[in-house]
Ligand binder design. Structure first.
Ligand SMILES: Nc1ncnc2c1ncn2[C@@H]1O[C@H](COP(=O)(O)OP(=O)(O)OP(=O)(O)O)[C@@H](O)[C@H]1O
Ligand SMILES: [Mg+2]
Length: 455
């Protein structure tokens, strides 16, 4: 007889192996308060599945062993923050002590009554939710929206490059959301094949929480998580503002940095994003019609009461010789240009390889310019806090060679090169003052320059 499922059953996944596990699986799969998502004896396979399915509690079965399988738990922890309940056939003091040290939610000796097990799972779930809530209160996160009233001005280029730089260079947990819902091309520009899109996430049943979000993002080799736009333009209207707003709120609570790429119009999705934006980059270009549109855009932002101090003009393809001087540009815009990013052939070359230029060629002038834009929004404090927070369990894998497409190994190797270059630069004497570094172009005009943080 099948029972009626409760409104919000706890989503569980079972990993590992031990005696009596098949009975546990059968009884939990039939229980109304539990949504059984699957099972895998191999921990690495289990971790991949857990990452994709947004499990809320992980049951990890430990075969006869006196000590805690620390490696297995670390593998699971790298992919999910869900509480872990251990299922064991034998309880030893060493195992219990290890479990305590590693923050295991509970240890259950099998065989066990199903109701006891369900109680333990629900307890682990609600305690985990409370801990997440507490962590959220102290969680610093920055949402950056990249907008332009002119098509082709470089929004997606800037958004993808900043996002990859935050993920790889600053080692911040970063999500890139494409709300150019009809014609978004974030996924193509990053060379990722999305399994799911914004549409799948907002149309999914049930509560949208951090675990669910994690199951819908596509991981880029830089470590960046991507939520691409719907695959078909006609699906754009299915993404309601309410669900999109909810998604962005959840994203903010689960990521250090959220970057939002946008279409060229102030539609309701963009307004929903602006409501949640800490920093808005208005991408401009050095042509009179584009500058005029940028001025109208800035005026519209004023009319929308968007705080002026959060809107920053970014001049893309700056220094292109088109007969306009910076003073003239700022006069037309009636606003200072906060950042300049030069034009560089490496940008389209990198796009055609599906690798952001900030990752493929970190020493190119355009990449350095983008890194400086990134540094101005995320202070060292946030990066440090994020790395401390992650330090306990969430070591990011240094090598994910299996996930890196052929020919892109340099994504991770470049980290080492970057660190070496930064160290060499720090040791080298400063360049003579008379020789300006063309890469220094993205420093905010109204702020003192900052050194790049070490990779
Ligand atoms: N700094 C740059 N140097 C060289 N090429 C650039 C630069 N920025 C953008 N481009 C090129 O300009 C083209 C358009 O850029 P992009 O797609 O990022 O613009 P967009 O504003 O997102 O366009 P859309 O309005 O279609 O969404 C891309 O092919 C990219 O290669
Ligand atoms: Mg675009």
């Amino acid at each position: 007889m099948s029972e009626t499922r409760t409104v919000n059953p706890v989503r569980i996944f079972i990993s590992g192996a031990c005696a009596g596990l098949a009975q546990v699986r059968d009884s939990l799969a039939a229980h109304a308060d539990i949504e059984f998502l699957g099972m895998a004896a191999d921990t690495t396979k289990a971790a991949q599945k857990i990452r994709a399915n947004g499990s809320q509690v992980i049951l990890h079965a430990v075969a006869v062993s006196e000590e805690l399988p620390v490696d297995e738990i670390e593998i699971l922890r790298e992919e999910s923050a869900a509480p872990i309940v251990l299922l064991v056939n034998e309880m030893t003091p060493e195992l219990l002590q290890g479990a305590l040290r590693m923050g295991i939610a509970d240890v259950v000796l099998l065989p066990q009554l199903t109701e006891n097990l369900v109680f333990t799972i629900k307890k682990a779930h609600s305690l985990g939710a409370m801990q997440n809530q507490a962590a959220r209160k102290t969680h610093e996160s920055t949402t950056i929206t990249v907008f332009s009233p002119k098509g082709g001005s470089g929004k997606t280029t800037i958004a993808t490059n900043m996002a990859a730089a935050y993920a790889q260079r600053h080692r911040l947990k970063t999500l890139l959301v494409d709300i150019d819902l009809q014609f978004g091309d974030v996924a193509i520009m990053l060379g990722v094949e999305p399994q799911q899109t914004v549409l799948d996430l907002v149309m999914s049943q049930g509560e949208l929480d951090a675990d669910k979000l994690r199951g819908y993002v596509t991981r880029h080799p830089s470590g960046l998580d991507v939520l691409p736009s719907p695959l078909r333009p006609e699906d754009a209207e299915l993404v309601s503002d309410e669900r999109l707003g909810n998604l962005l709120d959840v994203a903010r609570r689960s990521y250090d940095v959220v970057i939002i790429d946008t279409p060229t119009i102030f539609n309701s999705s963009v307004l929903t994003a602006l409501d949640r934006t800490d920093a808005l980059l208005v991408v401009a270009s050095m042509e009179i019609p584009a500058l005029k549109s940028t001025r109208v855009c800035l005026q519209t932002l004023d009319m929308l009461n968007f705080p002026r101090e959060r809107a920053h003009v970014l001049m893309n393809r700056a220094h292109t010789k088109v007969g306009l001087r910076q003073g003239e540009v700022e006069r037309v815009l009636e606003r200072p240009v906060a950042f300049e990013v030069p034009s560089n052939r490496a940008v389209p070359v990198a796009i055609n390889r599906g690798v952001p230029v900030s990752v493929a060629e970190p020493n190119a002038d355009v990449s350095k310019a983008i890194h400086r834009v990134c540094s101005s929004f995320v202070g060292d404090g946030q990066a440090e806090a994020a790395s401390k927070r992650r330090g306990l369990f969430g070591r990011r894998k240094k090598s994910r060679a299996s996930e890196v497409p052929d020919g892109q190994m340099n994504l991770y190797e470049s980290d080492v090169a970057l660190a070496e270059a930064a160290a060499a630069a720090a040791a080298a004497p400063p360049p003579p003052a008379a020789v300006p570094d063309p890469a220094e172009v993205a420093t905010p005009h109204d702020e003192p320059r900052r050194d790049e943080p070490a990779a």
